[in-house]
Design a protein around this ligand. Structure first.
Ligand code: BG6
Length: 470
């Protein structure tokens, strides 16, 4: 649809950006914090570990001041489970509560709305040893953690996100350093979808608890949603795209919003004897959890084709690679899309298509919780970072949000990845996303000084004009 007149961004649109605790904070075992699965995992060769990251833990005041200078209306960050509960359950760490109180208060000082992710890939190592999400008790562990957060921060935090990219944990868990398969497991698919089921129930219970404890707050999921295109107009390819859409996207949102399993996914799991077991009360809990909005991360679309032969899983696949499932779909490289330096396709129009599809399926307000471009940035001798490629990427995506708003989709805000440079999930420090450059290399911590990139000044202008001046 071509619009003669574009609708403006809403007045209270949440312009901001995102980070996650284990990728940005550093201080990974400081002030009583326990280790998470990220701290004990084997770091990919040639990339730095997670002990210092951007050292946001010690620089948070300076970092929030820079975000305020850009005019942020929101800052999406995650709370490290192991800073609050070092063992995952049991004793609360007062220093951890103090840190997040300070962080939240610092945001509020500048009228920045804190948007809190409750779980971003960082299962406590102590709970990993107890089976992590494969243990049914994980539902209670997570709900208890949620309760501690609601009690301590619920007076000031109005926006909550449950589990970051649960769909990626399920689809490519090992790539992002989490989701483990117990030894001796005989049906891997069933095991993975059982863990996924526990996360779904935990999420539903946390949403219900949030509404009970904090009637003024809003809560939603934060999956990574990418509309899947068929590789051609061949009817088989259209069916394959529907299959991958179901497995990658709709399973998570059908469940969060309606409390039911997507029928295509359920049928596929049945075929493989892999349907998850429901514990007592699960069906009811799933029906009782209702999101107030849908948070979602978008980097690009996926494309796939029909395949009824065996599909080998690409071992190099990451969260943005369309994979394959025998008898369901097979990933296909879209010839119409350029890619980033790290091989991720770039598809701004797909952003609008994804928003349209999600809004028409669920009719809930949408909050963009991630979007962005990972690149090799260079700090010049005079302390500048020229990143026109990032500005171009973000500009094109913001244009598409405005078109989606004009399509009458309800949009709450835009929080790209990332507010500041941080450690990538599996590419270390070299793959940068931030508006703020952090002076460190993969292994040399240098000065950790902050520098404003060109995109910093550009985004400031975008926010000041409420998206008019791109
Ligand atoms: C998302 C994650 O998948 O993408 C973030 O929620 C991650 O944690 C971001 O950093 C970018 O991915 P990567 O692999 O380039 O760091």
């Amino acid at each position: 649809m071509i619009h003669k007149t574009l609708k403006p961004f809403p007045k209270d649109f949440l312009w901001g950006a995102s980070t996650s605790a284990y990728q940005v904070e550093g201080a990974n075992l400081e002030d009583g914090k326990g280790p998470s699965c990220q701290d004990v995992k084997k770091v990919p060769e040639g990339t730095s570990d997670l002990t210092v990251c951007a050292d946001h833990y010690h620089h948070y005041k300076e970092d929030i001041a820079l975000m305020a200078e850009m005019g942020f209306k929101s800052y999406r960050f995650s709370i490290a489970w192991t800073r609050i509960l070092p063992q995952g359950t049991g004793e609360v760490n007062p220093k951890g509560i103090e840190f997040y109180n300070n962080l939240i208060n610092e945001c509020l000082k500048y009228n920045i709305e804190p948007i809190v992710t409750m779980f971003h890939f960082d299962m406590p190592a102590a709970l990993d040893q107890r089976g992590s999400w494969s243990n049914r008790e994980s539902i209670d562990w997570f709900v208890n953690f949620a309760k501690v957060m609601f009690e301590n921060f619920g007076d000031r935090v109005k926006y909550w996100l449950t589990i970051n990219e649960q769909n990626m944990l399920t689809l490519v868990g090992p790539v992002i350093g989490t989701l483990t398969i117990p030894e001796g497991c005989t049906n891997e698919l069933k095991e993975i979808y059982q863990q996924n089921h526990h996360m779904l129930v935990a999420q539903a219970k946390a949403m219900a608890l949030c509404h009970e404890m904090l009637p003024g707050a809003k809560i939603g999921p934060a999956p990574n949603i990418s509309l899947v295109y068929p590789a051609s107009c061949k009817p088989e390819d259209v069916l394959a795209a529907q299959n991958y859409n179901a497995v990658r996207n709709w399973l998570y949102l059908d469940m969060a919003v309606y409390g039911v399993y997507n029928n295509l996914v359920w049928a596929w799991l049945e075929e493989h004897d892999a349907t998850p077991e429901f514990g007592e009360g699960d069906a009811e809990a799933l029906k009782n959890g209702h999101p107030d909005f849908i948070g979602f991360n978008y980097y690009n679309t996926a494309t796939c084709q029909w395949e009824d032969g065996t599909v080998e899983c690409d071992s190099a696949a990451d969260q943005q690679t369309a994979r394959g499932e025998t008898g369901m779909f097979k990933g296909f490289k879209n010839p119409y899309l350029p890619t980033t330096e790290f091989g991720w396709e770039i598809d701004p129009q797909g952003f609008r298509a994804t928003i349209r599809e999600m809004y028409s399926r669920y009719r809930l307000p949408l909050l963009v919780t991630e979007n962005g471009l990972g690149a090799y940035d260079t700090l010049t001798e005079d302390g500048k970072v020229h990143d026109p490629y990032r500005i171009e990427y973000l500009r094109k995506h913001i244009e598409q949000i405005r078109l989606a708003i004009s399509d009458r989709c309800e949009m709450l805000g835009y929080n790209p990845w990332s507010a500041i440079d941080l450690i990538s999930t599996h590419e270390g420090m070299k793959k940068r996303y931030g508006f703020i450059y952090v002076d460190r290399d993969e292994f040399d911590l240098k000065t950790l000084k902050r520098y404003r990139k060109d995109s910093f000044y550009w985004y400031k202008k975008v926010i000041a004009s409420n998206g008019e001046d791109l």
